[in-house]
Ligand binder design. Structure first.
Ligand code: 26W
Length: 809
């Protein structure tokens, strides 16, 4: 659309939706009018894509994920339809700040972190590459809680992201699906076949809401289909007539609780009944929908030629028994035929290797909520055992690890390994660990099933949208091809030698830092120096991610500066952001610790502003878009072997931050991409960590006793230095470092890695003092980031696992 038609459309929407003209409209109404205008630009392509997909001509991917962390829609969609300049001009001419409209939109926080963000990125890249796909998930009415920091503590507030009309979704009432829970199963034999009679169940309706997924300059618009739970009975008239109004709507409240709130746990399942219901709810609705659409287009035995069902971590793993159920109970197939189809159609990605993060469900709970699905899983389990026996596996330790049902629990990862034709890790290192350790027994039997696909990011959002200054600078240097093909960023390599380019590059960074400094001061009242090094750690708060290690090093730097305030270090601003799961006590205590240190340091005038610590509340995609363009050091310091990939690391390098990290997850590949000189690596390797763990850990007390600096820092946790009002406050963190817990001391190897961590920080300080060298490294990071585009990940998924054809080909 040209400028004038956009203006016309905005006026039209204001008039016919709100009976107002531009001068009268509120920000909300202006936002709506702009959003509807952008939406109108998408609709035709969307309708067309839907029609072609309905025809059944193309093999279609269904990407099942319990989270999709899309970020705000409006600005990103404008970037993707390549209209950003025009919209900015329109805003200018109408005197409406573009940023004000952007700010107005609520971010759909319907994901916890990496897994959810990846799912959204993949949908976008699938579209960009013209590959037909549905994203399938839950339309949570409340997303991840909003985080407030009060007196240094995290306080959670409900995130009512749907409070305004959501113009980006379309309710599809005509595709409503019934999902059944509870009850009991009567098995009878009829004509030599097992007949399943499902009785006394209760039904919940699933209503799909479709959101268009816009790719960059793409021919198609894919669909994100989120299911909302709806009760069959809105009101029970018996109770109502008797005057019991609470009882009258009880059923509705209970039924609709299924899609009410996103569980805030990340990497830490807690086996709740409602969570199990959420999983079955969206999986069953999706699979029923797939089968219904498939019938009439092709015979169901050919399902795997036409459909791929991708299981994003184990949360949608019930897709396997649900597909079996429908093929057998509703379509009349026998077990072998159904199993053959299912195992050729489903594929699984693992996102986490930590034992406690692998989902398991108690059998009793499971049987009660999903009796028929339980029977099917039991049968899969029994057949697996038979097969293992037949194959002569009599190593009981091995069988014990591989079975799906054991110790009164159902192990979802094992179900996926049995029931899927493909399993992949999300970085090279992660896949190696899956093959060698976590799933080594499966790997021995099904080596052909294993793939490695490194994660990626929507680099356009993180450059063109979040960092327009850098984006323009890149375009000036190498043209616009990089917007289509991320590998073109390699063209920046030669500019790293060009001092004029380096100057412009550092000017962009300075500008972004000034903007962030202003945001920090507006939000927190803390003044940070834009000339200081912006050192950021932004991610979920988790022990394995080791924000604690970062904090100990800050304390150490603080101590050094107090000893000698004129010590020659470049001023540093440490920026943290991230949420802790509400029930995760220690993670919440770490937030308090960061804030206590911030308080102490920021108020200490002896430091001459050489050190500042900031915790920005309510980390989400929108906040990430503000922090990342201003970052110079990217802290990726998880205990090696524990971060499956990481994707924040990729966004930060793309924006010219240097990684300071362990050889973990995708950091290993970042190092390959930028070269050893352009990354700061420290700490134990994954093999070393694994070895220590095998032999009961290491002696952290010895490190504490033998290093006076370490001792001082660790003691400061408990001597009132940080919490004069209550010196016991951080005692449990102190104990964690020095005393055994669950058979191991300092499980995350914090003190073990401390020495090399502080050493690498001093190297950072030295190198920042040499701007030519520093900016060269930063530019080489941008140049090397192209391989981490989610377009690239999707190409790899497609060639190795999905085998979809481009629409239009
Ligand atoms: C409640 C149980 C549970 C278990 C695991 C909830 C959520 C999870 C996710 C798998 C956690 C997660 O987001 N994992 C991250 O996935 C990213 C995308 O692959 C990786 O980059 C991160 O390393 C990994 O931690």
């Amino acid at each position: 659309m040209d400028k004038d038609s956009i203006k016309e459309s905005i006026k039209y929407e204001l008039l016919y939706t709100f009976a107002k003209d531009i001068g009268q409209a509120t920000t909300e109404e202006l936002y709506m009018a702009f959003a509807l205008t952008v939406r109108n630009e998408i609709m035709k392509k969307w309708a067309n894509t839907k029609k072609i997909m309905e025809s059944g001509e193309y093999k279609t991917l269904y990407y099942l994920s319990i989270e999709f962390l899309t970020g705000k829609f409006w600005g990103n969609n404008i970037i993707n339809i390549d209209d950003i300049e025009i919209y900015k001009q329109v805003c200018n001419e109408l005197g409406i700040p573009f940023s004000q409209l952007e700010e107005y939109e609520n971010e759909p926080g319907i994901g916890n972190g990496g897994l959810g963000r990846l799912a959204a990125a993949f949908m976008e890249s699938l579209t960009t590459l013209n590959l037909p796909a549905y994203g399938c998930g839950i339309r949570y009415e409340y997303g991840l809680f909003n985080q407030k920091i009060i007196n240094g503590y995290q306080i959670e507030h409900a995130d009512n992201w749907l409070s305004d009309r959501n113009v980006w979704e379309v309710e599809c009432k005509d595709e409503i699906v019934e999902v059944k829970f509870g009850g009991n199963i009567i098995e009878t034999w009829e004509d030599g076949r097992l007949k399943i009679d499902y009785r006394n169940y209760y039904s919940i309706y699933a209503i799909p809401y479709d959101i268009p997924v816009v790719g960059y300059d793409s021919d198609i618009v894919n669909t994100l289909r989120l299911w909302s739970a709806k009760s069959y009975n809105d009101i029970n008239m018996d109770w109502f007539n008797r005057g019991n109004y609470l009882k009258a709507s009880e059923e509705k409240v209970l039924a609709e609780s299924i899609s009410k709130v996103l569980y805030p746990e990340d990497n830490n399942p807690d086996g709740k009944r409602l969570r199990l219901k959420q999983q079955y709810f969206f999986v069953s609705a999706t699979i029923q929908n797939i089968i219904k659409k498939s019938k009439g287009k092709f015979p169901l035995w050919a399902l795997s030629d036409n459909v791929v069902i991708h299981i994003n971590d184990t949360h949608p793993a019930l897709a396997i028994p649900e597909l079996m159920r429908i093929l057998m109970d509703e379509e009349g197939m026998g077990w072998d035929e159904a199993w053959n189809i299912t195992t050729k159609t489903c594929a699984y990605t693992n996102h986490t290797i930590m034992g406690e993060a692998l989902e398991k469900w108690p059998i009793d709970l499971f049987k009660e909520v999903l009796p028929r699905i339980y029977m099917i899983i039991k049968e899969i389990n029994d057949r697996q055992l038979h097969r293992l026996n037949r194959e002569g596996t009599n190593d009981w330790e091995k069988i014990d690890k591989m079975t799906i049902i054991a110790y009164d629990q159902i192990r979802m990862a094992n179900l996926c390994l049995e029931g899927c034709y493909s399993i992949n890790g999300v970085s090279k290192l992660h896949t190696d660990i899956l093959k060698k350790e976590v799933f080594s027994d499966f790997y021995a039997i099904f080596p052909h099933k294993f793939h490695s696909v490194t994660n990626g990011i929507t680099y356009r959002r993180w450059l063109m949208h979040a960092n327009p200054g850098l984006s323009d600078l890149i375009t000036d240097a190498i043209g616009t091809r990089w917007k289509y093909d991320s590998h073109e960023l390699e063209g920046l390599h030669k500019f790293s030698e060009d001092s004029a380019f380096r100057d412009s590059f550092s000017d962009v960074k300075r500008y972004n830092k000034q903007k962030l400094a202003k945001y920090i001061s507006d939000k927190t009242g803390i003044h940070v120096d834009p000339e200081s090094i912006f050192d950021v750690q932004i991610k979920r708060i988790h022990e394995y991610k080791r924000q604690f290690l970062n904090v100990l090093n800050i304390l150490y730097m603080y101590d050094l500066l107090l000893e000698n305030p004129s010590r020659d270090i470049h001023p540093r601003t440490f920026i943290f952001a991230g949420k802790a799961a509400p029930g995760y006590y220690r993670a919440k205590l770490i937030i308090k610790l960061i804030n206590s240190i911030a308080n102490r340091i920021n108020g200490d005038i002896r430091l001459n502003n050489k050190l500042k610590v900031v915790f920005l509340e309510n980390y989400n995609v929108t906040l990430a878009e503000k922090i990342i363009p201003a970052a110079e050091i990217s802290e990726q310091i998880s205990t090696a072997g524990m971060e499956a990939s990481g994707t924040g690391n990729m966004k930060l390098m793309l924006n010219g931050a240097l990684t300071l990290g362990t050889l973990d997850g995708a950091n290993v590949e970042i190092k390959e991409a930028v070269g050893d000189q352009n990354i700061f690596i420290f700490g134990l390797t994954a093999d070393q960590v694994e070895n220590y763990h095998k032999y009961g850990g290491y002696n952290s007390k010895a490190i504490y006793d033998n290093d006076a600096n370490v001792k001082k820092v660790v003691n400061q946790l408990v001597n009132g230095f940080l919490s004069p009002e209550n010196s016991m406050m951080f005692r449990s963190l102190y104990n964690y470092l020095l005393y055994e817990e669950g058979g191991i001391t300092d499980r995350y190897m914090i003190l073990k890695d401390f020495d090399s961590y502080r050493h690498v920080h001093s190297i950072v300080d030295d190198q920042y003092k040499m701007p030519d060298i520093w900016w060269k490294k930063a530019i080489l990071n941008v140049a090397g980031a192209g391989r981490f585009s989610s377009d690239e990940s999707i190409k790899n998924y497609n060639s190795d696992i999905w085998h979809l054809s481009k629409m239009g080909d």
